[in-house]
Design a protein around this ligand. Structure first.
Ligand SMILES: [Zn+2]
Length: 175
């Protein structure tokens, strides 16, 4: 089982081998984004890593996938987890499916994030342009109704720019 093979791997060692320095308490500079102060932490008790700046977290397989930009199978190879010699158990298949499902969800969410922020930025820019062009009552008649949705669009746009995945996800679920 992948979980058993995985347990024989020390995450901190995998991270250090990738050239990332960790202090005694497991903190280091996150290799997944550029930063000057460490927000990346390896929890050796739980064998999980986490980036508090928003890169996410996970186990040694997640780390290898993200760090090398490879798929699950390649990550297993890099980690030396040889699944070919293993019999594929229903449990393993289930685990693979779950990982794929999670990865798909994240991909869909990220795509929505890009599309929606582009759309909102376009709407906001245009609304401001039209509202500032109002000079006559007739103009107001035509564009005045943009005053209502504009604060909502701006608030949503702020959420997407804030980098806070929790808020973004709430918005995603509402949308
Ligand atoms: Zn990070």
């Amino acid at each position: 089982m992948i979980a058993e093979l995985k347990n024989s791997i020390d995450l901190a060692e995998v991270v250090r081998k990738s050239g990332i320095e960790l202090n005694d308490r497991g903190w280091g500079l996150c290799p997944l984004h550029t930063e000057k102060t460490p927000s990346f932490k390896v929890d050796s008790d739980r064998q999980r890593w986490y980036c508090f700046a928003g890169c996410g977290g996970g186990d040694c397989i997640d780390f290898t996938q993200k760090y090398h930009g490879v798929d699950f199978k390649t990550a297993l190879q890099i980690l030396g987890i040889d699944t070919r010699r293993q019999k594929i158990t229903p449990q393993m298949r289930k685990e693979l499916q779950q990982r794929k499902h999670r990865a798909d969800l994240v991909k869909r969410f990220r795509r929505w994030e890009v599309v929606t922020s582009n759309k909102l930025s376009f709407l906001i820019r245009n609304a401001h342009r039209l509202l500032s062009s109002i000079k006559t009552p007739a103009d107001f008649e035509r564009y005045g109704n943009l005053y209502h949705p504009l604060p909502v669009w701006e608030c949503q746009f702020d959420i997407l720019c804030s980098g806070n995945d929790k808020l973004k996800f709430e918005f995603y679920q509402e949308a």
